[in-house]
Write a new protein. Sequence first.
Length: 579
Amino acid sequence: MASEAFKRGKAELQAERRKSRGLYWGVGIFSFFVNLLMLTGPLYMLNIYDRVLSSRSFETLVALSVLVAFLYGMMGILDYVRGRVMGRVGARFQSGLDRRVFAAVLKATSLNRAPKEAATGLRDLEAVQRLITSPALMALFDLPWVPLFFFGIFLFHPLMGILAVVGAVILLAVALINRMVSRKPLEAANAAGFAAEQLGAQIRNESEMVQSLGMRNAAFDRWQVARGKSLDTTIAAADTSGSYTAMTKAFRLFLQSAMLGLGAYLVLNGELTPGAMIAGSILLGRALAPVELLVNQWALFQRGREAWNNLAVLLGEIPPDEPRTALPQPKAHLLAQQLTVIPPGEQQAALRMVSFEVHPGQAVGVIGASGAGKSTLARVLTGVWHPAAGKVRLDGAALDQYDPDRLGQLVGYLPQRVQLFDGTIKENIARMSMTPDDKQVVAAAQAAAAHEMILKLPDGYDTRVSATSGRLSGGQIQRIGLARALYGDPVMVVLDEPNSNLDNEGSVALNKAIKAAKAAGKIVFIMAHRPSAIQECDLLLYIEGGARRAFGPKDDVLKEIVKNHAEIQRNTGKSGGVS
């Protein structure tokens, strides 16, 4: 039984598909006339053999030919129009879900939920769009009219109708067997291809480390193993599907020849005319064409079905953000109340019952050993993770009361590992806005003490960078990331290990930026290991094992930590002496 999340996601996809219900009906009507006009060929051959040849009338031949040309022209126009309509249906479906899927992918990745579906979410949406616009789906609109062609064959002679029906049943059986047999090989091929692609992307992203540590051969060997498995499974899936495709094609051609042979036999017995013999063969080919197309394009259907299910899981697991009331610009006053945080996908809390209060113009240094919960707190303060219990309030409003995009504008965040996007430095500082504000970009760079550094680059703020570019040093990237965090005048700035890649000049610039943010009445959080990072801090929050051990003025907390440390050392010494 499908999970509730899957049902919710499926319902959301169906609701988006229903927006084009009128267009689907239009395509259905066009398909009726297209299939009706498909009778043009058989009827033309019937009249040619049974009337024109017997009467030897050139006028009848010309009249029939002109009529047939007109009808085929109309059929071509209708077929072209319904193809264009389905193209618009697919584009409408994709554009209607682009933002929703994009947001779900980002949220799922940050929360470590539905990782496979998140990694393939955008490609899955494109796969469904390709299926909607493909000729294979159009064949589904032609299938309901197949009995019309069988009925026409029965009108010529019952034996021909029986042969056509038996052949169609065999082809349908082959299609069903193809579905059952090829499903697992196609799934295995898709999974292996995804694994190889992920490994290749990881190696590319860490190309500098791979190169510097002499890991190129080892990395290639591992990638080649994954790639080889992908190729093997793809070939196996193609062999399986291809065998049924070849079988279907050969059997369809045999059926048409068998229909001609049966028709010839009936003509010799005087039970059928030569025109009906030719017309029956053409009708059979038209009747079986949708079935053959479905068999040949079954891999596309399988991929589309898999993509649909992946999207249903993703959208069901990650519901859309509820619209929130627009709140006024908050004051820089933060209150954490009994904050308990369980990281996504884990069972144990990383933070437990943590409380503190910060006022405008104060900088808080968050210190503790690795794994104490500092980065967890940073993710909660930025709204990426939500507390399992307790609240974080900004100017009285809980963080989840703010729209996520609005909260992102109010909070500046510098993660441990700063990532630049493909674009100019100006665009990166402006958080990849399509319309960056030059004044705010320069102001943010000056506040981060990065303005002079940027001006020394070849094209200044218009210097292009990328995620894999080696043009900038780690310290330069860190300072650009700090400028990005300060862009747009946020009320709170969260810096996670901000001086990890900074030299002395960069550390001085960082402290100046923190001092300027305090003077502007902002709240600043610095998750730090190095003492130099907390130089400008007014308060210290000491976290140990996910719990608050001390909070207050910096000097008081440091004294308490040193006192406790000395006491532990004395107790350890006494214990050692006794033993």
